[in-house]
Design a protein around this ligand. Structure first.
Ligand code: UDP
Length: 399
């Protein structure tokens, strides 16, 4: 059972009291979360921390994952990219594949929650059976819907309209819908393996294991190997910086069960890295290792061309690291340029800022301090728990 008391020194007793009080009103209610992957990516990351904490607060929270074959996840990846306004268009039969898969899941799954909390487009159509149930339904959209491909959005929207509420990460991501809409920003758990304090001994042994030189600055991007995360941009920035400042680049990433593109992108990145011994491509790191890598890095890059919220950014900010990123998706919510990080548009812009921060260590440190405090005030899981519990109360009380 998650230990709630350990959060008090980080966020204060008032925050914790508020959580206990709100949770009292949800006792005996079942909150059933549904998404499309148990591992990989930000949604699974959040759910894996959120569920035990809701339970520790006395709420019966559950998490179920829909099933799907390769063909289904290829279709939903195309939907995902199209909703992010990428040029990828869905194939004609992607829509039928999506609907068939929903029906198969509806045959196998039990939808038993008082609240059905459905994450992202993949399971959105489960709502088809809502009328036959007494539950309340909320759709939690983690992606940037500010300029979606219309055909895909209209298809998804046809299901969203049956929900009792929709939740977006930012006002800019929200679409016009005939139902109550809420803005809830994601969060990180400061006590998870990924974010907790680590001993310098552990960090040193991580560097040794992966043959990283502790004397040479490390520039890092951690992300699923996905074109939209632009690992190729990170390679370009590194090469540009390296012409003047000796450094190493680490690209760490794993796949997500619902992302079929990872292996292809990884192969292309590895090829582009050629035989540079200062480029380290690390796959399948544990949470503790991701934590160690973030702590060992001098600079964290997030080159994403499109982004949902960007939890990797939050994780690095919490570790007091200067994060340089493109101002896309939820990143500008987290990085106030020049204060809690750096926002850049072009590769030369990135490399100029990386060099500047590697040289001006005082400025890098100050940005890191601001970054950590910004996360403490806005993006820790305690705030997120409160927002979710208030949403559940709203749903149950308006039902
Ligand atoms: N992540 C990880 N191992 C990896 C790559 C990513 O554990 O090799 C985690 C990362 O630390 C973060 C999440 O996956 O917690 C990615 O979330 P984000 O919102 O940045 O992007 P998404 O993958 O959801 O688009």
């Amino acid at each position: 059972m998650a230990n709630l008391e350990k959060y008090e020194p980080i966020v204060g007793s008032y925050v914790m009291e508020e959580l206990y009080t709100i949770a009292e009103n949800l006792k005996g209610k079942i909150i059933q979360n549904v998404n499309s992957t148990a591992v990989g990516g930000g949604v699974a990351e959040i759910l894996s921390r959120m569920i035990p904490l809701l339970r520790a607060l006395g709420i019966e929270a559950h998490w179920d994952v829909i099933k799907g074959g390769e063909r289904f996840f290829e279709a939903t990846k195309r939907f995902h990219n199209a909703l992010h306004n990428e040029t990828t268009n869905p194939l004609q039969d992607d829509f039928a594949v999506f609907l068939d898969n929903t029906d198969e899941n509806l045959r196998d799954m039990k939808l038993y929650g008082d609240v059905l909390f459905v994450h992202d487009p993949q399971p959105v159509a489960l709502v088809k059976v809502k009328e036959a149930l007494k539950s309340r339904w909320a759709w939690r959209c983690h992606i940037d819907l500010s300029a979606p491909n219309e055909r895909v959005w209209n298809f998804i929207k046809g299901f969203v309209e049956h929900y009792d509420a929709a939740v977006f990460t930012s006002p800019a991501f929200a679409q016009d819908l005939p139902l109550p809409r809420f803005i809830i920003m994601p969060s990180i758990d400061p006590l998870s393996e990924k974010n907790k304090k680590l001993s310098s001994k552990f960090v040193d042994s991580f560097l040794e294991k992966h043959e990283l030189n502790p004397e040479k600055p490390i520039i890092t991007q951690i992300s699923r190997f996905d074109y939209l995360k632009d690992p190729f941009g990170a390679l370009e920035v590194y090469r540009d910086v390296k012409r003047r400042v000796d450094c190493q680049l680490t690209l760490a990433g794993g796949g997500a069960a619902d992302d079929p593109e990872g292996a292809k992108v990884l192969a292309e990145v590895s090829e582009k890295a050629e035989n540079d011994r200062d480029i380290h491509i690390l796959t399948n790191l544990s949470d503790l290792e991701i934590n160690a890598l973030q702590r060992a890095s001098s600079i964290i890059l997030q080159m994403s061309l499109k982004e949902g919220f960007g939890l990797t950014v939050t994780e690095a900010l919490w570790k007091g690291k200067p994060v340089l990123a493109r101002p896309v998706g939820g990143i500008p919510l987290q990085i106030k340029h020049g204060y809690s990080g750096i926002l850049c548009h072009s590769i030369p812009g990135f490399s100029q800022w990386v060099r500047r921060l590697l040289v001006n260590k005082e400025y890098a440190k100050r940005i890191g301090i601001n970054a950590r405090e910004y996360v403490r005030s806005n993006f820790l899981i305690t705030r997120h728990l409160k927002d979710y519990m208030l949403l559940f109360l709203f749903l149950l009380e308006t039902g």
